[in-house]
Design a protein around this ligand. Structure first.
Ligand code: GLY
Length: 397
C-alpha cells in the first residue's frame, strides 16, 4: 500500500512541475521558426517583382525554380502561409497572397494527381487562415479536376500520366492528395468526392501496404481488366525495398484519412505504416533515404521523410486511443524534431537559402541529393506548428 504522505508528495510534484517546466524542444522549435522567418524574408525580398516558384537550394544559396505545373509549386506559398500563421506579420500575408494567386491556373490541371499538393498547400492554407471565399472556389474547382482522374474500375485516382513504363500508375504519395477531396466534400463540393477519396484509400491500403507495414511506391493497373500488372519503385532503392519518403507519405496519408473518416481500418493502417517507420529509425530519428539502402549506416539520410513523418506522428498521437502507442508516436516525433532543429540539419550558418539541409529528392536518378527541398521545409513548419499547438493545448492557453 502507498503511504498517504508519499502520495501527497508525488501529487504535489506532478501538479507543480509540468506547466512550469520549460520544454527544451519547444525552445529549439521557436528558434527554428524564427530562423525560417528570416530565411523566407530574404527570399521574398530578393525576388523583387518576379514570381518564381522555389524548389531546391544547395550550399551556394541559390534556389532552383520550377514552372507552376511542377508538383512542388504550392510549397513555397504554403511555407509563407505557415510562417504568417506563426508570426502574423503583414509582409508574409501579402507575399503568401501573391505567390498563391500565381497558381490559380492549376485548378484546371488535369494531367497530374499533384494538383492536391499544389492547391491545398497554397489556397488551402490561405483559406484556413483568411476565409477568403475566392480561395474556396479555387479549391472546389481543383477537387473536381482531381476527381476526373478517378477510374471506378480500378477504384483509384491515376497518379502520373501513362507512358512507356506504366499504363495506370498509382503511387503511395497520392494518399496526400485525398485531403483536398475530403475537404471539398465537407465544404460545398459534390458528395462523390468523399467516396472517391475513400475508395482510393481503401484500395491503396490493400495494394501498397505490405504485411509488415512497409509500402510499395508504384502499383500499375491494366485499365481493361482493372488488375494489378506490377508493383515497383521509382524513387526507392528497389521494387521490394521501402523508400523512406514514400513511407512518410503513407504515415501522413493514412493518419489524415483516419482523421477524416474515424474508421478503424484506417487507424489500423496508420499504426502499421507508422510502426514500420518508427521501429526502423536510427537513434537520431532521421531515416536513411531508403530503409533497405545498401551500405547503411554509411548512406545518405533524408530530412524530407523525417519532416513529413514527424508532423504525421504528432497528429497520429493526438488521434490514437491506445496510451502506449500515443506515447510512442509522440516520443518519436519529438526525437525527429529535436534532430531537425539541431545544427546537424538546420541550415542556419550554412549557405543554403532553405531551412533544412540533407534532404533527398530522387536518389536513383541522382536528382537533388543532400540539398534543401521546399517540401521538406514545408512539412518541417507543419510539424513545428503542430507541436506548438500541442504545447498551447497542454498549457491551457
Ligand atoms: N511525389 C513526389 C515525391 O515525393 O517525390
Amino acid at each position: 500500500m502507498w503511504n498517504p504522505l508519499i502520495l501527497q508528495l508525488v501529487a504535489a510534484t506532478f501538479i507543480t512541475l509540468p506547466a512550469d517546466t520549460p520544454d527544451e524542444l519547444d525552445t529549439k522549435i521557436v528558434h527554428a521558426l524564427d530562423f525560417s522567418r528570416q530565411q523566407f524574408i530574404r527570399t521574398v525580398n530578393s525576388s523583387g517583382d518576379s514570381l518564381l516558384y522555389f524548389r531546391a537550394s544547395g550550399p551556394a544559396g541559390e534556389w532552383s525554380t520550377v514552372p507552376t505545373e511542377d508538383w512542388t509549386s504550392g510549397f513555397f506559398p504554403g511555407c509563407l502561409w505557415k510562417t504568417y500563421e506563426w508570426c502574423e506579420e503583414k509582409l508574409f500575408r501579402s507575399a503568401a497572397e501573391r505567390w498563391t494567386a500565381g497558381l490559380e491556373s492549376q485548378k484546371f490541371n488535369n494531367r497530374t494527381h499533384d494538383i492536391g499538393f499544389m492547391t491545398f498547400c497554397s489556397f488551402g492554407n490561405g483559406y484556413r487562415l483568411t476565409g477568403n471565399s475566392h480561395y474556396k472556389e479555387v479549391l472546389l474547382q481543383a477537387a473536381q479536376t482531381l476527381a476526373t482522374r478517378f477510374n471506378p474500375k480500378i477504384g483509384c485516382i491515376k497518379s502520373w500520366e501513362s507512358g512507356k513504363e506504366w499504363a495506370y500508375p498509382v503511387i503511395i504519395d497520392n494518399m496526400m492528395n485525398l485531403e483536398l477531396l475530403f475537404w471539398a466534400s465537407k465544404n460545398g463540393g459534390p458528395a462523390p468526392l468523399r467516396e472517391i477519396a475513400l475508395s482510393h484509400a481503401q484500395k491503396t491500403m490493400n495494394t501498397h501496404v505490405r504485411s509488415d507495414g512497409g509500402t510499395y511506391h508504384v502499383v500499375d493497373y491494366d485499365t481493361a481488366t482493372g488488375e494489378i500488372t506490377k508493383k515497383q519503385t521509382h524513387q526507392g532503392y528497389s521494387d521490394e525495398s521501402v523508400w523512406a519518403r514514400g513511407q512518410a507519405w503513407a504515415v501522413y496519408g493514412f493518419t489524415m484519412t483516419f482523421r477524416e473518416t474515424g474508421e478503424a481500418r484506417f487507424l489500423a493502417t496508420a499504426r502499421k505504416v507508422a510502426d514500420f517507420f518508427v521501429d526502423r529509425l536510427p537513434p537520431d530519428g532521421v531515416p536513411y533515404w531508403d530503409f533497405y539502402a545498401p551500405g547503411i549506416p554509411d548512406v545518405q539520410r533524408d530530412a524530407s521523410a523525417a519532416a513529413i513523418a514527424s508532423s504525421a506522428l504528432i497528429e497520429l498521437s493526438t488521434l490514437e486511443t491506445d496510451a502506449p502507442r500515443q506515447a510512442k508516436y509522440l516520443s518519436a516525433a519529438r526525437r525527429i524534431l529535436a534532430t531537425l532543429c539541431s545544427p546537424a540539419y538546420l541550415a542556419e550558418g550554412t549557405g543554403s537559402a532553405g531551412i533544412l539541409n540533407h534532404a533527398v529528392g530522387n536518389m536513383p536518378r541522382n536528382g537533388e541529393v543532400d540539398v534543401s527541398l521546399i517540401y521538406a521545409d514545408y512539412y518541417f513548419l507543419d510539424a513545428m506548428l503542430r507541436f506548438r499547438g500541442l504545447q498551447s493545448y497542454r498549457a491551457g492557453e
